[in-house]
Design a protein around this ligand. Structure first.
Ligand SMILES: C[S@@+](CC[C@H](N)C(=O)[O-])C[C@H]1O[C@@H](n2cnc3c(N)ncnc32)[C@H](O)[C@@H]1O
Ligand SMILES: O=c1cc(-c2ccc(O)cc2)oc2c(O)c(O)ccc12
Length: 236
């Protein structure tokens, strides 16, 4: 049976920790590739472990990557690399990931595991603020409409800015997934009920959800997996 610490097992949006444990133990952990398990355990010892993408969200991401046959992908927000390694393990041998994060140090925590898994060559890590890095990519017209898949899991206040770039970088039919779109359930709470550490991103998340729901360029599914994931396909 899996060993986990408190930080690894938060019930997310579900009714109880037991229900979340049931999902993880029944459907997620038994199918989680060994390198991802190792990365998850290494990350659990880091002071900001709660930032890591949850394994159930990762499982949905892997399914989406397979469904669109993703080969050229982009990730904004790497941390120690759980979603990055998951993507690298899922895309084909000649697949590529552009991975952007302001912090190379945390990426380097997961890098030995990524190398050991034999997928480091698929990754082009860019240490940068994401907006200028995305704008730089857009300077090269070859990148326009060329990405099959994108995962956005960084500063929540910039999600709409990222979305505008993703609408240019993704192929028509490509998928972009935004993480934490229910922000621990605070999107429906009045301010006085929102814990201090979650206050900053409640309104930006509500605003992003409104904007993306009204965006005719995408088909949208707001999935209540993990901390909420907005899954968008580019329609035109
Ligand atoms: C929630 S973590 C990403 C978790 C990751 N997807 C995983 O699977 O573990 C958010 C990351 O976004 C990065 N970040 C925050 N603001 C950023 C920005 N403006 N540009 C680029 N990276 C940023 C942080 O350094 C952090 O590593
Ligand atoms: O607790 C967090 C905080 C973030 C976060 C906040 C501000 C930024 O500029 C970047 C990231 O992201 C999180 C996250 O993605 C998650 O899955 C859980 C918790 C947090």
């Amino acid at each position: 049976m899996e060993q986990y610490t408190k930080t690894l097992l938060s019930k997310g949006l579900l009714q109880s920790e037991d229900l979340y444990r049931y999902i993880l133990e029944t459907s997620v952990y038994p199918r989680e590739p060994e390198p991802l398990k190792e990365l998850r355990h290494v990350t659990a010892g880091h002071p900001r472990a709660k930032l890591a993408t949850s394994p159930d969200s990762g499982q949905l991401m892997a399914m989406l990557l397979k469904l669109v046959n993703a080969k050229k992908t982009i990730e904004v927000g790497v941390y120690t690399g759980y979603s990055l390694l998951l993507t690298a393990l899922t895309i084909p041998e000649d697949g590529k990931i552009i991975a952007i994060d302001v912090n190379r140090e945390t990426f380097e925590i997961g890098l030995p595991i990524i190398k050991k898994a034999g997928v480091a060559d698929k990754i082009d890590f860019i240490e940068s603020e994401a907006l200028p890095a995305l704008d730089q990519l857009l300077q090269n017209t070859e990148n326009e409409g060329s990405f099959d898949f994108a995962f956005v899991d960084a500063d929540k206040g910039n999600y709409w800015n990222y979305h505008e770039r993703m609408m240019k970088l993704l192929k028509v039919g490509g998928v972009v997934v935004y993480d934490n779109t229910l922000w621990s359930g605070t999107v429906i709470l009045s301010d006085e009920l929102v814990p201090e550490n979650l206050k900053q991103w409640k309104e930006p998340t509500i605003e992003f959800n409104k904007l993306v729901a009204a965006d005719p360029r995408v088909q949208l599914s707001h999935a209540s997996v993990g901390d909420g994931m907005a899954i968008c396909t580019r329609l035109y």
